[in-house]
Structure formats: structure tokens, C-alpha cells
Ligand binder design. Structure first.
Ligand code: WTA
Length: 655
């Protein structure tokens, strides 16, 4: 049997394996009664109202849900404050001196913040922001490394009722500027630099380049000193303020949490879609907190004794929902790590687990595949017996990686929860409940209680068991996005128009004979590279902004580690000579425009791109070529010979 065939064969065998919850786990699980599914199905609003009791409200809400499709209002009339729920209320309990965040820097320093410490820091930071003119409704951009100040900054904004927009530290100055301007931010919070694989990430220098007189709404930049003299930053008088100077006058002082309406925006988070520009998804306060708190408790089975670690960056939605709001509202102890998994060696994650006795680990399939390639010897160096639950998120997980994770990291004893959700959904939507669900490697299993997921065909009819179609959500859920910032029409057209009143996820899915959901990846022009979303149109606009490029089409190709990787087909301007050097230059150009994660894996030059008569680039055909498949229907092409030419060149370059 050749390698490929045996690989597929073993994948099929593993998909067939079933893992019931280990009895000892099931006995102690937070959710033990399978009746919860039926209860939530019969009365979804009643179910969510029950969950809303976990949140501290300043004013009780009058109605659970007001639904004028596609516009939702949850917990209408209620007021609350997210920072109060994540911090203040724990001070009234024994948790006041419980560790909230155990942080480790990449170079090895350690900081522990108890809930009381967090309270002090959030108050000081909120006062510092207020002194810089930030009040309720003002937007604040956050561009920080994975340091405790990132969490403090988010909670300080929430305390004031000022929506934050966190921008991942790997994004370019241009991407940062675009987000600051779209969200009309008043203040930017950044750091002098961060550490990554022993190198410095020049955040402040990037921020300077982003601002450069082109961010009209921005008044101040608050700069956390993470690295010190080595970072060698310039502070612009009148605009830039050191974080430590700004918070110092407020030591020991408090500011009351601003009571906000349940529907007050908590944050805006930009994500890639099918157009050239990322869209700012708006999440509000009450429903979001209820949704993230509930799912964190039920899916990660959080207990007060747990040491939880989500390896995501706060720049992504996973960091928002499952580092900051869900876990802290539950009063968890969590580990936060600043740097790379292979620094100083490829066992850093396992060293952290052993060092802090981590019990719950939540990471992405792309990382698991990387660890698989590095080999089991690295985890074997460390005692991982503290782990009791494993989770994954961000992309479909292949059964081999799932099994490897279960065996080599979880020692065969920990349930694995494969959690499907999106920036749009705010909370986990399809996932096992670890004390109840019999898992199957590669399947996210079943919708969470109260989540009405279905799979529809082109006409909007549910597909029969065993077939695939469009994954949709048929009923509103509390943590759902409420709109696209500044573009409500796009919210309606993109998500709620294919099937009116039904939320279109953009993912394909299949349900098997037993009703298990299997996610099949995106069905639109969005790539999933190392569990990060990038729109093909964004990549294409970055490419055509280079003077050598006339036209570009970007597709996703299968990548062993990253899941998908961008490949670019580029038509050069008439007078430009193709060369290997130019390919590299174009890749670098994209990385510079958007950020390192967007760098194309491959660039191909082609005389023309395959287009329909209405001038639409047929990416589907390019994908067929790149994946070595039989090329699909070409009857709508203006000039079918274009394709033969690309195919021949592709084969030549791949050889
Ligand atoms: C994909 C990340 C399969 C999916 C939380 C979705 C997944 C997109 C899974 C959202 C999973 C996320 N199995 N696919 N468990 N989790 N995805 O907005 O394509 O960064 O639409 O949110 O990631 O990515 P986003």
C-alpha cells in the first residue's frame, strides 16, 4: 500500500473510533444530566434565562430576547458591567486572593496576579484612561504582546464602558491603522516591544508607522514598558505616555464600574470576510457574558481547583471569550504565556504544564500537528499527569492529530473537546460536553444546548443524515454578534440573506447517521491558515498594490501543518520580467501589508487568469489545478486555453 492510501485508510479507521466519557470524569462533571439538551430545546429562552443567573446585574432585565430578524436584543433593560463580573464580585468571596493569572514571559520571568491584584490594576488603568479623555462609548485600540496588561487594558475599557478593539500583535502597521480609523479610536494602548522566539517584536515602532499623522481620531498612545532600553523607542511629546507614568498617580484609587445596558458594545473585533477589507464585528455585554460564562463552565468543566490554559492570543476571539471574559467571570486560575512553543526548546508548552500543574489545555489543531512533527519525545520529557481535559479550536482537526493529542498529551485519560465556533458567534456553538458526549476523532459532535444548528441544501431544505451542505444557525443565541461596525447592510447581506432569518456560517458540514456534526471547512473565499482567518480578496488587494502586479487570484492549498496556505496566481504588468526574486518580493510585500500570517506559500506567474464571461475569476478551477484534481466544469470560461496554459506551467514549476 503506498503511503497516501494507508494514511487515508488509517484516518477512516480512526474516525470510526468512539470514546465515551471516562466514568470518573463523568461522575464529577459540571454537566451530568443529558436532559439539558431537551430542556433547552423545549424552552431556549428559559434555558438562557437560567444561565443568566450566573451574571451579576445592576438592574434586572425585563425580557430575555427581542428578535426582529436579524436584529437581536438579549436581556432587554438589564444593566451590568463586564469588568465588575470578571473581577469585583470575586473580592466578596474567598477568591479575593486566588490567583487569577499566572503569567510567564518568554525569557522566563513570572508574575502572579490575584483577583485583588487584578482589581487594583484594572482600577488604576481605568483611571489613567479616563485622565486621557476616555469615557463611555469611546473606542480604544489595544496592540499588545501576551502580557497581563493586555487583560488589564481590556477590563479597564470594559469598566469605563469604552469598547475595545484588540489588534493582534502580528498585524502590520497598515492593518493597525485601518482598524484604528474604522473604529474611530481615541487612544491606542501598545508596548515598547514584545518577545517572540528570542527576538523583539517592535510594536511601538509599528504603531508609530501606523499613526504617522493618518489617524485623525487618535489622541494618545499609552505605552507599556515590556522590554526596556533594548526596545529603543521614541516617545512623541504630547501624544505618547508611558503606562507606568499614567497609572502611578492613581495607585490605591478606585473608580466605580460604569453600569451599561445589556446591549452596550463591549468590543469590536475585526475579522476577514469575502471582501478586500476586514469587518468589525460588534459584541455587546449582557448576552455575551452569559454565553461565554455558560460555555466555559460546561465545556471546560471548570472547577475552582483547576489551572486552565488557553494558548490563543488575546488578539483573536478565542482570547476574548476564553482567556478574558468566560474564564475570569467564572473566577478561574489561568496560565498566560507570552512567547513561542519552541523557545528555548520544543518542549516549552510541556514544561509549563508540569511547572504549573495545568489541568485544562485549549489549543489549535495546527499546533498539535506541529507538535506531532516535532515528536513525542518532547512531551515525554515532562510529567503531564495534572491534565484532565483537552480542547481544540480554530479549524477542523484531522483524526490522527486528535488521537495523537489524546494519547501523547492527555495520556489516554482526558476527554478531548473539539469546539466549533467563530468570531461572529462569540461563544462555542458545537462541541462535546465532556461528561456526557461520546466523542469521535474529527467530529465536533453536537450543538450546545440552546443552539439550533442545521445543515441546509442550496434551496434551504435540511439535508438528510449522511449528506453535506451549508451549516446554519436557526435561532438567535446570546453571544451572537449584533452587527458590523458602521456597516449594518453588510451584516444583513452577508449573514442573513441566503436564507432569510437564518444565520449563514460560511462553513460546510455533514451530519452522519448518528447525527454527529463533521465540519468540512469554509465554503466561501476565506482561508483558514494555522487557525487564522484570511480573506482571499484581502490577499489579492495586497498583491495588486505592488507596482509589478496587474492582476492576482489567491486560493488556499492544503498544507500539512497550517491546514491551508495561500497560493497566489499573478499576472505581471506588461514590461515586468518574471523572476524568482520577484516571487519572494511579492510574498514579502503581502506580509508587510497585512502581517506575517498572510505570507503566500507559493507564487505562480501566469499570462492570464481564468475568468467567466462576467469577468469573475474562477478560483475553483485554480484550486483544482493546485490540488491536482480533475479540473471541474470550464464551460463558463471566456477562454478555456488559459487554463491549459496555467496547468502546464503549474506542473512544470511543481516538478
Ligand atoms: C473554523 C475561531 C472546524 C471555521 C474561534 C470557522 C473550525 C472559522 C473549528 C472561524 C472547529 C473554528 N472545527 N472548523 N472546531 N473552529 N473553525 O472567526 O471555518 O477565527 O468558520 O474563530 O474557523 O474562525 P474565527
Amino acid at each position: 500500500m503506498d503511503k497516501d492510501v494507508s494514511g487515508t485508510f488509517s484516518a477512516l479507521l480512526q474516525e470510526d473510533r468512539r470514546f465515551p466519557p471516562p466514568p470518573q470524569f463523568a461522575e464529577q462533571a459540571n454537566v451530568r444530566d443529558a436532559g439539558v439538551y431537551e430542556e433547552a430545546r423545549r424552552d431556549p429562552e428559559g434555558y438562557w434565562a437560567g444561565q443568566a443567573k450566573q451574571v451579576d446585574w445592576f438592574t434586572p432585565y425585563q425580557r430575555v430576547l427581542e428578535w426582529n430578524a436579524p436584529w437581536a436584543k438579549w436581556f432587554v433593560g438589564g444593566t451590568l458591567n463586564a469588568a465588575y463580573n470578571c473581577v469585583d464580585r470575586h473580592l466578596k468571596t474567598w477568591r479575593r486572593n486566588k490567583a487569577a493569572i499566572i503569567w510567564e514571559g518568554e525569557p522566563g520571568e513570572q508574575r502572579v496576579l490575584t483577583y485583588r491584584d487584578l482589581y487594583r490594576e484594572v482600577n488604576q488603568a481605568a483611571l489613567a484612561l479616563r485622565a486621557l479623555g476616555v469615557g463611555k462609548g469611546d473606542t480604544v485600540a489595544i496592540y499588545l504582546p501576551m502580557i497581563p496588561e493586555a487583560v488589564v487594558a481590556m477590563l479597564a475599557c470594559a469598566r469605563l464602558g469604552a469598547p475595545h478593539t484588540v489588534v493582534f500583535g502580528g498585524f502590520s502597521p497598515e492593518s493597525l491603522r485601518e482598524r484604528i480609523n474604522d473604529a474611530k479610536c481615541k487612544v491606542l494602548i501598545t508596548a515598547d516591544a514584545g518577545y517572540r522566539r528570542g527576538n523583539l517584536v517592535a510594536l511601538k515602532a509599528n504603531a508609530d508607522a501606523a499613526l504617522n499623522g493618518e489617524t485623525p481620531t487618535l489622541r494618545h498612545v499609552l505605552v507599556v514598558q515590556r522590554v526596556g532600553a533594548k526596545a529603543n523607542v521614541t516617545m512623541q511629546a504630547g501624544r505618547d505616555v508611558w503606562w507606568h507614568d499614567a497609572v502611578a498617580p492613581h495607585a490605591g484609587k478606585e473608580i466605580a464600574p460604569e453600569p451599561v445596558d445589556a446591549e452596550h458594545p463591549l468590543y469590536i473585533l475585526y475579522t476577514s470576510g469575502t471582501t478586500g477589507r476586514p469587518k468589525g464585528l460588534v459584541h455587546t455585554t449582557g448576552g455575551y457574558l452569559v454565553g461565554t460564562m455558560t460555555t466555559t463552565r460546561a465545556i471546560f468543566d471548570l472547577k475552582d481547583e483547576d489551572v486552565y490554559w488557553c494558548t490563543a492570543d488575546v488578539g483573536w476571539v478565542t482570547g476574548h471569550s476564553y482567556i478574558v471574559y468566560g474564564p475570569l467571570a467564572n473566577g478561574v486560575t489561568q496560565v498566560m504565556y507570552e512567547g513561542a512553543p519552541d523557545w528555548p526548546d520544543k518542549d516549552r508548552f510541556w514544561a509549563l504544564i508540569a511547572k504549573y500543574g495545568i489541568t485544562i489545555l485549549y489549543t489549535a489543531p495546527t499546533s498539535i500537528r506541529t507538535f506531532m512533527r516535532w515528536g513525542a519525545a518532547y512531551p515525554q520529557r515532562h510529567d503531564l499527569s495534572s491534565l484532565r481535559l483537552l480542547g481544540t479550536v480554530g479549524e477542523p482537526i484531522n483524526p490522527e492529530a486528535w488521537i495523537w493529542y489524546r494519547d501523547h498529551i492527555g495520556g489516554g485519560r482526558c476527554p478531548v473537546v473539539d469546539t466549533w465556533w467563530q468570531t461572529e458567534t462569540g461563544m462555542i456553538m458545537i462541541s462535546p460536553l465532556p461528561g456526557l458526549t461520546t466523542t469521535r476523532p474529527g467530529s465536533a459532535t453536537f450543538p450546545f444546548p440552546g443552539v439550533d444548528a442545521d445543515i441546509l441544501d442550496e434551496q434551504g431544505k435540511p439535508v438528510p443524515l449522511g449528506s453535506g451542505g451549508y451549516l446554519v444557525i436557526k435561532r438567535p443565541w446570546p453571544a451572537m454578534m449584533r452587527s458590523i461596525w458602521g456597516d449594518p447592510d453588510r451584516y444583513v447581506s452577508q449573514y442573513w440573506s441566503k436564507y432569510p432569518g437564518i444565520y449563514l456560517t460560511g462553513d460546510g458540514a455533514r451530519r452522519d447517521e448518528d447525527g454527529y456534526f463533521w465540519l468540512l471547512g469554509r465554503v466561501d473565499d476565506v482561508l483558514n491558515v494555522s487557525a487564522h482567518r484570511i480573506g482571499t480578496m484581502e490577499l489579492e488587494s495586497a498583491l495588486v498594490s505592488h507596482p509589478a502586479v496587474a492582476e492576482a487570484a489567491v486560493i488556499g492549498i492544503t498544507h500539512e501543518i497550517k491546514g491551508q496556505a495561500p497560493a497566489a496566481f499573478v499576472t505581471l504588468r506588461g514590461d515586468v520580467e518574471p523572476s524568482e526574486a520577484l516571487k519572494k518580493e511579492l510574498s514579502d510585500h503581502v506580509a508587510k501589508k497585512i502581517g506575517g500570517i498572510a505570507r503566500p506559500e507559493k507564487v505562480f506567474f501566469t499570462a492570464e487568469l481564468p475568468k467567466t464571461r462576467s469577468a469573475k475569476i474562477m478560483r475553483r478551477l485554480l484550486r483544482d489545478i493546485a490540488e491536482g484534481r480533475v479540473v471541474g466544469d470550464t464551460t463558463t470560461l471566456t477562454d478555456p486555453t488559459v487554463l491549459a496554459d496555467i496547468k502546464a506551467r503549474y506542473a512544470q514549476e511543481e516538478a
